[in-house]
Design a protein around this ligand. Structure first.
Ligand SMILES: Cc1ncc(COP(=O)(O)O)c(C=O)c1O
Length: 394
């Protein structure tokens, strides 16, 4: 019976039921979750979150200290993306951040435009943004390296465009669009350029520090007006924790609404939601302070080593190939003999939580993935491919 009962049940009974029921969910430490961009939050971030869960950033007049810490968290994220003076918010995730960016772009252009120009690889959140804001999502084809095709982008920009979007770490393959060139285009055409670095924002700066060849992708490019960077992906923060950063205050003001009824007094909100968890932002702030660049760099170093181990293991399996060499800790796998969809189904039946994109399987080598997990996966993958091949032959 699922209705609300008249009499309450003791806490230990309720907790026991939750533990039993949730025990059926996969856990990150099982090594079976290979297709998610989320991971086990850092224990320190969980501790901070639990301390401050009553904080509400929707009422910054009531929680002024929390609001100040949010500004500092945003500045720390900004410094990671070459703009310590960035303004913005810790929001619920990449989807909300991208919607906010599109809302800002539309309003900045005084509703004179109605198109978002974005690569075919763009995240679903832009479809949601277009739908909500009554904009048209114009998709740009990809080049041979799965990056936004610049000629096609040029062709599709017009006086109807209010936002150009580039992705720094695509959802499917972790590819980085040519942001420097997109920045030039945006300045020439006077359109807002948003960079979705929801995943790559916490990876690319550290890969560069580790000596990897990382293209320009952030606020160093003058056309970049706003960026998404999610702490609940590679930032190891508890869900929900996304980040939206704007180059300057005037951009954020484009979505500002006055709120008069709050306990903390009249204020301005520049987020989609009203009441929102201060604890998320405090966990992000605390974690950034605690980890420092060095802490994150070490994690990214390990993830990238594991990624290259996985990629070379896949190259050794007859009947499989990589879609492209990994730029980030994301690997795209294609089956050459039998269908990739069939292989994905087989792997799922064998208990692997992998992600399926049109034409390829995606593995995200998150911090919870160990070398032993990769060995077990490669062995099972090899076996699955062999069995599918022999079935095809019979
Ligand atoms: C590039 C990119 N942007 C945005 C999102 C949406 O993030 P969220 O699921 O936190 O809303 C994702 C999610 O995978 C993503 O890969």
């Amino acid at each position: 019976m699922n209705g609300l009962q008249e009499k309450g049940i003791p806490r230990d009974v309720v907790l026991k039921e939750l533990k039993t029921r949730l025990g059926k969910d996969l856990t990150y430490d099982s090594g079976r979750i290979l297709g998610s961009m989320c991971t086990s939050p850092h224990p320190f971030a969980k501790q901070v979150y639990a301390h401050f869960f009553e904080k509400n950033l929707g009422d910054p007049g009531l929680f002024t200290a929390n609001a100040e810490i949010e500004r500092e968290a945003v500045q720390m994220l900004g410094s990671l993306l070459s703009h310590p003076k960035a303004v913005g918010h810790i929001v619920s995730g990449g989807t909300e951040a991208n919607i906010l960016a599109m809302w800002m772009a539309r309003n900045l252009h005084n509703n004179r435009c109605n198109e978002i120009v974005a690569p075919e690889s763009v995240h679903l959140s832009f479809e949601k943004a277009a739908d909500l804001l009554n904009l048209k999502l114009v998709k740009v084809k990809l080049d041979d390296n799965f990056r936004m095709d610049l000629e096609d982008a040029s062709r599709k920009l017009s006086d109807k465009t209010c936002a150009l979007v580039g992705v720094a770490g695509t959802t499917g393959l972790g590819v980085v669009d040519p942001i420097a060139e997109l920045s030039e285009l945006s300045l020439t055409h006077n359109v807002t350029l948003h960079v979705d670095a929801a995943f790559g924002g916490f990876v690319l700066p550290f890969l560069r520090e580790l000596g990897y060849d990382v293209p320009d992708f952030d606020f160093t490019q003058l056309g970049v007006s706003s960026m998404t960077i999610d702490a609940h992906k590679m930032g190891l923060a508890p869900i929900p924790a996304g980040g939206i950063l704007f180059r300057d205050e005037s951009m954020m003001k484009a979505v500002s609404k006055r709120v008069s009824y709050l306990a903390g007094g009249e204020t301005e909100q520049t987020t989609l939601v009203g009441t929102r968890p201060g604890a998320s932002c405090l966990a992000v702030w605390a974690l950034l302070k605690h980890m420092g660049r060095q802490g994150y760099r070490n994690i990214i170093k390990r993830c990238m080593q594991m990624t290259l181990k996985l990629a070379s293991g896949i190259e050794q399996i007859d009947g499989l190939r990589l879609v492209t060499r990994p730029t980030l800790n994301i690997v795209g796998i294609k089956s050459e003999g039998s269908s990739t969809e069939l292989l994905a189904q087989t792997l799922r039946r064998r208990g692997w939580a992998i992600a399926l994109f049109p034409g390829h399987i995606r593995i995200v080598v998150m911090p919870h993935v160990t070398a032993a997990h990769i060995d077990v996966f490669l062995e099972d993958l090899n076996d699955a491919v062999k069995k599918l091949k022999s079935r095809k032959g019979t």
